[in-house]
Write a protein that binds this ligand. Structure first.
Ligand code: CS2
Length: 496
């Protein structure tokens, strides 16, 4: 079915009544209250936590709404505001796509110009939950020890401004700085307990977030910083979570298809695989949305789920991305159609499987499901999306299991091949940037490694040092095994 879309009405509160029932939000946005603040308005949040929150509000009758804060993307804020914070999600099931408007976002704000409004929300008793999807680089951790990088320019800037209490409510450039300043403000205002929930792909993401926020408070010049830290220990929970849904970047074609399905134009449309999962550590303080009503799982320990997801899904995603780019592919589905794509997913799972906690999760089924999910013909998930930010992703996905396996003298041929793929993809181009168009916060430092040596083993070691893996860079057998793989990978020949 196609409908003319160019002159269609735009999605917004006024057009909701014109939508077919199946396309309407589960809640009336006007009935919601802002009780959650979310940082990061990207497609992933809109296709994941916002969907769970809408269903939780609808099924419980509790008015949970989300104020979504963009760390830097004015376009996302303007786009949402222009549509009264409404947007659609299309589930890309093969042969059966389904498009529905989501109504859980109550406001869209920018971290900097709207800082006072964000601060007011974070210190208000009405808000009891903060969630984050700011990606690995949004935590500003040092590559060597994972602590807050207080020397990173944006963090240093936030620290400098935070000591001036007259600018404390307006100054933050980083989400970590914003949280630290506003949590301190909440404490000073005698504020209620609150849960701050990292939804980014990092092992122990709750503890990571807690560590960088506390690191900011410790590095601040606040005379009451010990009291702030004590209050945080008692009243602020940082539960760990595992989030999962493959959400490709939205294309013009996706937006046209959403408009055809809805009968209104939606410039903020997102698409995702039908599968979604959310596992949360059950340590919330204060009220929270009953996300379990939409299938979220509350458990005592998310680590087994987290490691399985990071090492099997994200680990093979990154390997498929770098090796697929080398072989001339552009999407995950395309790589799964090569002679080696599925083999790579299964071989990586077999290699890293022994590093996963043995708590009865079914790795074989998980791997079979991964192959199905990656093969979904309705998805065009770009390798460039997954290959971006490799310097802050591969530590979580590959280097942890690599260390464990090597300390037990296990062979690691697939991780070595994957690392050769990553090394190959960091090659700088004459025009600047990386050869397949991936972006990386450490792109300049990685490019320098290429400039300082022509020796492949020395290059591999330098790149690993750059991502905080000096211990691995000193393992000569590992380094030469990776280096030996480089010529074939560079030529696009992937041998598994
Ligand atoms: C991907 C993830 O960006 C990436 O590198 O591996 O975004 C992945 O699609 C999600 O974690 C799936 O839940």
């Amino acid at each position: 079915m196609t409908m003319p879309t160019t002159s269609a009405q735009s999605l917004g509160a006024a057009s909701l009544a014109n939508l077919a029932t199946a396309g309407r939000p589960l809640v009336n946005p006007a009935d919601l209250e802002t009780r959650v603040v979310h940082f990061g308005i990207g497609a992933f949040h809109r296709a994941h936590q916002a969907v769970y929150t809408e269903a939780a509000a609808a099924r419980s009758g509790q008015p949970w709404g989300i104020a979504a804060v963009a760390p830097g993307s004015r376009a996302a804020v303007d786009g949402l505001r222009a549509q009264d914070c409404l947007y659609s999600v299309t589930d890309l099931a093969s042969g059966a796509t389904r498009t529905k408007v989501i109504g859980s976002i109550t406001d869209a704000l920018l971290l900097q110009p709207d800082a006072a409004a964000v601060h007011d929300l974070l210190i208000s008793d009405a808000v009891s939950v903060v969630t984050l999807t700011v990606t690995e680089k949004g935590y500003h951790r040092r590559a060597d020890n994972g602590q807050l990088d207080t020397a990173a320019p944006a963090v240093a800037d936030d620290l400098a401004r935070s000591s001036d209490t007259s600018t404390a409510a307006t100054g933050s450039r980083t989400v970590v700085g914003r949280l630290a300043v506003s949590l301190a403000g909440r404490h000073r205002a005698g504020g209620a307990p609150i849960s701050v929930v990292s939804c980014d792909n990092m092992a122990g993401n709750g503890a990571v977030l807690e560590g960088v926020v506390r690191g900011f408070v410790q590095a601040s010049g606040w005379p009451d910083k010990d009291a702030v830290l004590d209050w945080m220990s008692a009243a602020v929970a940082f539960p760990a979570t595992v989030v999962d849904r493959i959400v490709p970047a939205t294309t013009d074609q996706d937006r046209d298809a959403a408009a055809a399905a809805l009968g209104v134009r939606d410039e903020m449309a997102v698409v995702g695989e039908p599968y979604r999962q959310w596992v949360l550590q059950d340590t919330f303080t204060g009220p929270r949305p009953p996300w379990e009503l939409d299938g979220a799982l509350f458990v005592a320990d998310v680590a087994p789920y987290q490691l399985m997801k990071l090492r099997l899904l994200n680990g093979s995603h990154s390997a498929l991305a770098y090796l697929g780019l080398a072989a001339g592919c552009s999407s995950i589905t395309e790589v799964l159609h090569t002679g080696w794509g599925e083999r790579l997913v299964r071989a990586l799972a077999a290699e890293v499987g022994p590093t996963l906690p043995d708590v009865g999760l079914d790795e074989a089924k998980y791997t079979d499901d991964l192959v199905d999910r990656f093969s979904n013909p309705a998805m065009r998930d770009q390798l460039r999306r997954i290959g971006s930010d490799g310097s802050v992703k591969i530590g979580e996905r590959w280097l942890g299991p690599l260390r464990t396996l090597r300390s037990g003298d296990a062979a690691t041929p697939i991780l070595e091949l994957a690392l050769a793929g990553w090394v190959n993809a960091t090659r700088p181009t004459d025009a600047g940037g990386q050869q397949f168009g991936t972006a990386d916060p450490a792109a300049a430092a990685l490019a320098d490694c290429w400039g300082t040596t022509a020796n492949p083993a020395a290059l591999v070691a330098a790149l690993l040092r750059e991502v905080g893996a000096a211990d691995l860079a000193d393992q000569h057998l590992l380094i030469s095994a990776i280096a030996q793989r480089l010529p074939a990978v560079h030529a696009g020949q992937i041998e598994i």
